[in-house]
Design a protein around this ligand. Structure first.
Ligand SMILES: [Zn+2]
Length: 414
């Protein structure tokens, strides 16, 4: 279930205004519960010429309308008065795309019906107010400074590539791979893509790049340099290969990528995992994410649909103490009257005693995305509960109109 919503503040939410809005939507092909109920009334109460839609809405101050948009029949739009001067529009659907499309269309119709720029009247949209509060009040309490990713790996798969690179044989103390072998780092994708990613990592300074001259026959390395011009000069010389006797100009060249000092330390703390959590959250549509790996109890936090997600990313087997410390941080957030989800992510299977702490635990990076998707879904559902009224108030009907009007009696002569 996905949702988008906004609140419109306006002093005039008279029945006439609401009726104008609903009529406009109906004319545009929207099916509406209130509109339909109003149409049905005639069957149950006295027919009255003056029973217009706005008369039916009079007195229904907290009316709720449920609409089915013509173009996305599988989404629902709920419109209700959440306060005296505030109307709330909530769109729910099975996919983010459907929801967004329906929201864009309904905004256009409302703007037209209200005759005013909606943008200026919207007081909250998709929990933006909550995100501001998260940045202002929650992050400092958690000891997180603010938005950002200090490490600066720009490639989304950077962390997993560095990890694979770390498994490669070391040359002069640093794990190294030749361009001709980069396919082995990520067997499930074209080698070309992996090489581009390594170039990006070299530009970010976490991977070192060597130009290598190799013996065509035995594969021995004859010379290396970070400077391409120096390798060219060497190739142009009359020097011969000690192994096969060829002139070096006839030998082959390659590029070697090596895990640099910065790359080592990036993997040394849990930063690569924290990055993975961040990348996955953003991919799933979470905008407000703050990552600060290396903290005592947590590595980052995010705000999503009014809930604060706190996470810890651990390389290796996490302990129950890790989980409890994270849970305590979550309680700090809850004491500020906010919903909190604590998530402990490990690249290893998680022991039962850690699971028993009651927080969300993810054992293995492969399980990360589905686990986060589930947490986000429950955050959306919980938010929906707070956004909608518990019961439906459709139209107001005067019960005095229930009985049909009395027919004049004709008395039969006896
Ligand atoms: Zn040779």
């Amino acid at each position: 279930m996905f949702l988008e919503y906004f609140d419109v503040k306006r002093t005039d939410w008279s029945p006439q205004t609401v009726a104008t809005m609903l009529s406009r939507l109906q004319q545009s092909g929207y099916q509406g519960l209130t509109i339909d109920v109003h149409g049905l009334l005639e069957r149950f109460v006295q027919p009255r010429a003056d029973r217009t839609l706005d008369a039916s809405l009079t007195g229904a101050e907290h009316f709720t309308e449920i609409l089915i948009p013509p173009a996305q029949p599988r989404t629902r739009i709920i419109l209700h008065r959440s306060a005296q001067d505030v109307a709330r529009v909530v769109v729910i659907g099975r996919s983010q795309h459907d929801v967004h499309t329906s929201m864009t269309a309904v905004k256009m119709h409302l703007e037209h019906a209200l005759g005013a720029k909606l943008k200026d009247a919207i007081t909250d949209e998709n929990g933006r107010a909550g995100i501001n509060r998260f940045r202002r009040d929650v992050l400092p309490v958690l000891g997180l400074l603010g938005e950002g990713r200090p490490s600066g790996l720009r490639h989304p798969d950077g962390a997993s590539l560095l990890k694979s690179l770390r498994q490669q044989p070391a040359i002069r103390g640093k794990p190294t791979v030749l361009t001709s072998r980069v396919g082995a780092l990520a067997p499930d994708r074209p080698a070309e893509q992996t090489r581009d990613a390594l170039e990006q990592l070299a530009a970010d300074g976490v991977v070192e790049r060597w130009n290598v001259v190799m013996c065509r026959e035995g594969g021995q390395w004859l010379a290396v340099s970070t400077n391409a011009d120096q390798v060219k000069a060497f190739m142009a010389s009359n020097v011969a290969c000690p192994h096969c006797g060829r002139r070096v100009s006839d030998e082959q060249t390659d590029t070697a990528y090596r895990l640099g000092e910065d790359g080592q330390s990036y993997l040394g703390d849990n930063r690569w995992m924290a990055d993975l959590v961040e990348t996955t959250l953003r991919k799933l549509g979470v905008e407000a994410v703050t990552v600060q790996p290396g903290g005592k109890t947590l590595d980052g936090a995010a705000c999503y649909h009014g809930a604060v997600l706190l996470f810890r990313a651990r390389e290796g087997v996490p302990s129950a103490a890790d989980a409890k410390a994270l849970r305590d941080d979550a309680r700090k957030v809850e004491s500020k009257d906010l919903r909190a989800h604590a998530i402990l992510v490990s690249d290893q299977p998680v022991p039962d005693e850690v699971k028993a702490t009651g927080i969300t635990v993810v054992g293995g990076v492969g399980a990360l995305e589905p686990a986060l998707a589930e947490v986000l879904n429950s955050a959306r559902l919980a938010n929906l509960q707070t956004l909608l009224p518990p019961v439906l108030h459709p139209v107001a009907v005067s019960l005095s109109d229930l009985l049909p009007a009395e027919q004049p009696q004709t008395v039969a002569a006896s």
